[in-house]
Design a protein around this ligand. Structure first.
Ligand code: KG4
Ligand code: ZN
Length: 381
């Protein structure tokens, strides 16, 4: 057995609006995975407010780490390393996690590792398989990382037991897919975050009612762009006269004084709005699927066919997207791997898991570890 087989890593994640800590053993066994969501704080503004995010991380990080250690039933003294997200993300938010991770590593006299948030999302896929006792997916893989902050297509391969290589194939030029969901929800007078709500409401509308057409881009066909679709939704709202319905909905929510239930949201949406939501979701899903399989085809044509497909990030929770990718992957005989919801959205278990191969390779971050808001995946943290 590998000498590192039982290594316990305490992971911290504070890159956006979730304060998270987790203990993961050997990159495969989740001992605890605690997430404190800031949704109620940012809900009022319909999006993440960076200054508020930093303040909430400051408040939350100490109790969340304590909870993660308690639930794991292991004190800090038993940890073998502390891993923390060092980018990409909000500068102030990242700093809180990094500063506390340094303090913990220093106090316990254990190594500190800096982890790229996107590498975390990719390792969430492996962690899901490993924690369920299943074998690792085959490599190379094409990964669609799709969240509120990112929409990227990547190729990943494995080098030996503890080394992974990543290549960016395409990324969004403007809004991330989750951001597009959140902005469209805000535009329609619906709650935040918009993704889960639009996903659920879309079942009640006709996805063919509004024809948005394909999203065309010059240059890299594996890049994404969702800002045009958001504008098209706005134009449709104006053309179809949906503004008064939106104003009525906003008033009704203000009078209610709390977030409506899913059933109540449904009652607050007229059929034309439900059709628009379903059509928007169909356009996003079609675009994500089309570019994902274009990536598969591009690599295959270059003599480098992927052996599996990864889907991860908050938007990977979308049922229509999962169904669509699954059907197409099945048709091509490709295995599709997507984590369960708790590992799709931001969490620290994925950070601890991504740190494990780095820990085994002897990688250590120094006291100079800094926040890198724009950190690229192929750059060393
Ligand atoms: O990964 P995540 O927790 O945080 C970021 O790294 O951004 O993803 C949150 C994003 C939000 O934009 C949210 O609206 C979106 O994921 N999301 C969804 C669904 N569930 C969450 N989007 C579409 N359909 C869903 N079911
Ligand atoms: Zn994320």
């Amino acid at each position: 057995m590998n000498a590192m087989a039982g290594a316990l890593i305490l992971g911290l994640e504070t890159s956006c609006d979730e304060t998270a800590a987790a203990v993961v053993e050997a990159g495969r066994r989740i001992l605890s995975n605690v997430v404190l969501s800031q949704v109620p704080v940012h809900q009022l503004y319909g999006g993440v407010v960076p200054e508020l995010a930093s303040r909430e991380h400051l408040r939350g990080v100490v109790p969340i780490v304590r909870q993660a250690l308690e639930r794991a039933g292991r004190p800090l003294a038993q940890m073998d390393a502390v891993a923390v997200t060092c980018g990409p993300g909000l500068a102030g938010a990242l700093l809180v996690g990094i500063a506390y991770a340094k303090a913990l590593a220093g106090a316990a006299g254990i190594p500190l590792l800096g982890v790229n948030h996107l590498e975390g999302h990719l390792h969430a896929v492996l962690l899901e398989e490993r924690s369920q006792g299943r074998p690792d997916p085959s490599f190379p893989a094409v990964a669609l990382v799709v969240s509120g902050g990112h929409t990227q297509l990547m190729r990943l391969e494995r080098h030996g037991e503890h080394d992974f290589r990543y290549r960016l194939l395409g990324h969004t030029r403007d809004d991330a897919a989750g951001e597009a969901y959140d902005k469209v929800a805000k535009l329609l007078g619906l709650g935040y975050p918009g993704g889960p709500l639009l996903d659920q409401l879309s079942i009640h509308g006709n996805p063919e009612a509004v024809r948005f057409g394909r999203i065309h881009l010059k240059g890299n066909p594996l890049d994404f762009s969702f800002s045009g679709l958001k504008t098209a939704v706005l134009r449709h709202v104006q053309a179809a006269g949906l503004e008064s319905g939106i104003a009525t909905r906003r008033r009704a929510v203000a009078e209610l004084g709390r977030a409506p239930s899913l059933h109540e949201w449904g009652l607050l949406c007229e059929p034309a709005t439900l059709d628009l939501i379903a059509s928007f979701q169909a356009a996003v899903v079609a675009d994500l699927a089309q570019r994902t399989f274009a990536a598969v085809e591009q690599l295959t044509a270059a003599g480098d066919p992927p052996a599996s497909l990864f889907l991860t990030g908050g938007v990977a929770a979308n049922r229509a997207l999962r169904r669509r990718l699954q059907a197409e992957a099945d048709r091509r005989g490709l295995g599709l791997f997507a984590p369960a919801l708790a590992l799709c959205t931001d969490n620290a278990a994925m950070i601890a898991a991504a740190a494990y191969p780095r820990f085994c390779r002897g990688e250590r971050a120094g006291a100079a570890l800094a926040a890198s808001p724009q950190l690229a995946l192929d750059a060393a943290p």
